[in-house]
Design a protein around this ligand. Sequence first.
Ligand code: HAM
Length: 422
Amino acid sequence: MSKKFSLPRGTSDILPCDIPSWQFVEAQAREILKNYNYKEFRTPVFEDTGLFKRSLGQTSDVVNKQLLELSSNKEDTLSLRPEGTAAIVRSYIENSIDRKEALSKFFYIGPMFRGERPQKGRLREFHQIGAEVMGPGTSSPYLDAEIIALSGHLLNSFGLKNFQLKINSLGSVQDKENFSKQLRVQFQSEMTQLCMDCRQRFERNVFRILDCKNKQCREIVVKKEIDYSYLSQESQDYFSCVKGALCDLNIAFEESPLLVRGLDYYTHTVFEISDSSLGSQDALGAGGRYNNLVSQLGGASVDAMGFALGIERILLALPENQDFLKENLGVYIITMDTRALVRGFSLLNDFRHESISCDMSYKVSSIKSQMRAANKSGARYVIILGEEELENNEATVKNMDSGEQERIPLQKVGKALKKRLN
Ligand code: HAM
């Protein structure tokens, strides 16, 4: 017996019956992002592995444990993109966009790949809706507030209401350095109680200890009193302005000093939006400032900020049985004999060229079974072609909502249906 292939672990098929909810989310996102003046950006799904290592950090879990490498002939390794920011920055620099615009606003919708241990809400291939602002004119706390407000606006527009927003500030590169020194002092005496991963994190990237999921590490971490003394006055003032702007927009948030995010590029404002109904993988989206990434990747010294929302998690959080706008068929053609089938097939072609969505069963079968197929397709009108109709050069047109039937001359039926369908 030949081998049956199955879905790769951690991926999912998006079946036609699931498409309306995906299209709803994507269409809402496009509409709202357009209103905020964000332009769509598309980059390849794979990039130089070095790009991700340099951007996200060698010690981040995403690089260390989850990069899906495509080929490795040492000099030229490619990896599937685990997120969208690094590639946008790469392209922004490569296309010298900073010289053309003071403030660029981009968005993307597409698949990302991480070699994770799959579980509910955690996939190896998942999809993000992301937005990034970058350029010499982006160092404004109002843009931090806009990015956070935009993520919330998107989630609201999908029908989500019960999510929580946490924000924090990591400060400038110098502030982060101070923060990391403070954390080392704080964790030094408890090193032996930390998990083996965190002992390494202590040396290589102490921030990572703050989001370790190990129970014992978590107990140690939550007891830490973290104040904002690592932030310079300038960074504190900036963060205060961001919070003030969020309050002005009536956006509820919780300040969370333990929120450090898992990617290295962040500076200043970071945020995460979660929904407790999702269980352990509760982050609907996250983002923050990354003021040094463009220059770190060889571009000009320009500031930037962005976020990404996970589409699968959004769909998991939405209430079930929602009536997403299904695209119903306009017309279904039913034919009663071979001569009618020939005529019906050519009518189908005419309708499609007149932009009427339509279909048929492509063979002669009982009216009952063709009617069943018409009902299943959700067609708003059914056309019946039988011996009598063809004799009179007419079609029977049935309105599937009202049940009303009428006869229309075949030459006029396309125009008549178009009018009724509009
Ligand atoms: P992230 O926090 O790694 O940030 O991912 C953002 C969102 O993508 C998560 O909150 C979650 O909803 C979704 N996500 C991440 N991993 C998975 C997974 N394995 N399965 C399902 N969903 C997942 C970033 O990716 C940054 N690039 C965000 C950003 C943009 N920061 C600045 N600009």
